[in-house]
Structures are given as C-alpha cells and as structure tokens.
Write a protein that binds this ligand. Structure first.
Ligand code: PEP
Ligand code: MN
Length: 314
C-alpha cells in the first residue's frame, strides 16, 4: 500500500500477523527505515501516515485546517422538504447535504426511507445548491445505486461491523463516512476503517455519534474523549454527530461546540424545516435558524484553535 509524498514514499506492507524478518527490507535499495506498526489497525494508524488525510469532495475540501459541516434532515421525506432543507443549510453555511433515502430503523413498522426516489431528490437538491450529498448505504447490493447519486456513502452505526459492506465500499470510488457503532470501542471503529482502507479506498471519514451507556436522560452519550483519542491514533478526518449523540435539539449546539473544541474536523447535524412533523428524528433536529446560530458559534470556537470553516461551494 504505497503513499507517495513529496520527499518520501511510505509503503505499508500488511500481512496476516505471522512474524516476518524485517532485516530483509532494510537491506533493500532505497529503504530508509522500517517501522513496525504494533496496533491492530495499520493503514488507519498515525504511524502509517504522519500527515492528516485530506481529499476533495465534489467542490469542497476535507482537510485538517478547516471545519466542515454536513447538515440536513434525518430522512428525505418529500421534494419540498429536502429542497427547503438544502437551501436553508447552505444559506446558514453548511458544506454538504445529508439525508437518508435508505433508513436503518429500530422498528420494521417505522418509515424505511424513500429509496431511489429519495436519491433522485437529493441529486436535484445538489443541482440547485451545489452541495455534495452524504447518504446512507445499507447493503453491498445497494452500493451501485446509491453511489450513482451520492458523493459520500454513509455507513450507519448499526452497520459499522458489517464486514461485507465495509469491503464493498472499500472497492468503490466514493468517499465513505463511517459512524461508530452504538456499543463499539474506538479500536473497533478504527478496525472498520481498516477494512475500507485495506481494499484500496483512502477517502474515509470517521464519525463519533454517541454510544450506549447507563444514562437515560439523553438518547446516547457523546464520547467527547473519542475525538482527541482518534486524532492521536489516526490520520483520518474525524467528525462529530451531536444530533444522534444527544437525541435532543436543545443540547445539539452545546455539544457541537464541545466537539470542535475537542479537535473534531467537522460536524454532521440534523436540520429540518419543520421538526415537529419530521418522519424521523424530529426531536433532535435543529430548525434552520437555530442551525445558522450554531454555525456562527462553531466558527468562533474554530477560530480560537486557528482553524476556519471550510470554503463553501459557490
Ligand atoms: C442517521 O444518520 O440518521 C443515522 C441513522 O445515524 P446512526 O447510524 O448514527 O444511528
Ligand atoms: Mn437520524
């Protein structure tokens, strides 16, 4: 797995864990150093790439100096809803539009998403606003369809350890957002990323979205610790989802600020033009005007850290 830098080429040699004689590599022409990576994740580890990963996403750039904000409704519900949401989040400063067309719902009787029609509406919203699209893919079979419309494929928390799905997105051209499993450790999240990277796809973003704890006053418990821990252990960009992390719109802005203060490279936020009538996650969705206020506050926190919001698409 080579990474070509300005001055050095790093070659990741990944095996199945059986011992190898390292001297054979150091004796080769052009080899400067051999660095064993002791962690179970290799390509995802900081040792593999000292530089933070950066990549373009259809008109925007995901890079370490900038904070990127992905926003939109939990689910695509109708043409009016998604277009209204898309224009509102762009106006407020968002860089990309989220919205689920295939929804992983706890109950089989809940709204399951609009499917391809939802993807078409997302594409229309992108056409009107220029915002790249982030949307969930739930099965390997859905990838060709979803990738036809999406700029970034979301692997939902419930699928973080769906290894056939991870291998399949590892083989596609799309960027990938991997959400931390409801009861997964940071290391398990990094191993999920490793699956995608090991198949050749380097455009991976990690997302902390709250974990299950004994606490019941919030839907999940945002693991703020995970942000500096991930930043220390991996070169991959890390974003926070305070909407699922808290489950209540009242707490979203505070935890969004905390995430950026803790070093997150971005946020993914649920925003709905009419949260009271949302078909999913209305209670944790911000109204556009509250989202606009959140963006201002987040920009202020980013500034203290010497970062800026990423430039928006024109
Ligand atoms: C979502 O983003 O709407 C979603 C279902 O998230 P998660 O997989 O983190 O629960
Ligand atoms: Mn949701």
């Amino acid at each position: 797995h080579p990474i070509y830098g300005e001055e050095h080429t790093v070659i990741g040699a990944v095996g199945d864990g059986r011992p190898v004689n390292r001297d054979q590599f150091i004796l080769m022409d052009g080899v400067d150093r051999v660095v064993p990576i002791s962690r179970p994740f290799k390509l995802a580890s900081r040792e593999f790439s000292l530089q933070d990963s950066a990549f373009p996403l259809n008109g925007i750039s995901i890079d370490p100096g900038h904070v990127v904000i992905i926003a939109g409704p939990c689910s695509v519900e109708s043409r009016t809803q998604i277009l209204e949401a898309a224009h509102a989040v762009k106006e407020a400063g968002a860089h990309a539009l989220r919205g689920g067309a295939f929804k992983p719902r706890t109950s089989p009787y809940s709204f399951q998403g609009m499917g391809e029609e939802g993807l078409e509406l997302l594409a229309e919203a992108r056409e009107q606003t220029g915002l790249p699209i982030v949307t969930e893919v739930m099965t390997p079979e859905q990838i060709p369809l979803v990738a036809k419309y999406a700029d970034m494929l979301q692997i939902g928390a419930r699928n973080m350890q769906n290894y056939s799905l991870l291998k399949a997105v590892g083989q596609c051209e799309c960027s990938v957002l991997i959400k931390r499993g409801l009861s997964s450790t940071v290391e398990e999240l990094l191993m999920a990323a490793e699956y995608v990277l090991s198949k050749g796809n380097r455009r991976v973003v990690l997302c902390e979205r709250g974990i299950r704890t004994f606490e019941t006053s919030t839907r999940n418990t945002t693991d703020i610790n995970a942000i500096p821990v991930l930043k220390a252990q991996t070169h991959l960009p890390v974003v926070l989802d305070p909407s699922h992390g808290t489950g209540h719109w009242e707490y979203v802005t505070a935890i969004a600020r905390a995430g950026i203060a803790a070093g997150a490279d971005g946020l993914i936020i649920e925003v709905h033009p009419d949260p009271d009538n949302a078909v999913s996650d209305g209670g944790q969705s911000l109204k556009p005007e509250r989202f606009a206020e959140m963006v201002k506050q987040v920009a202020g926190i980013a500034g203290i850290l010497g970062k800026q919001l990423a430039p928006q698409v024109s």
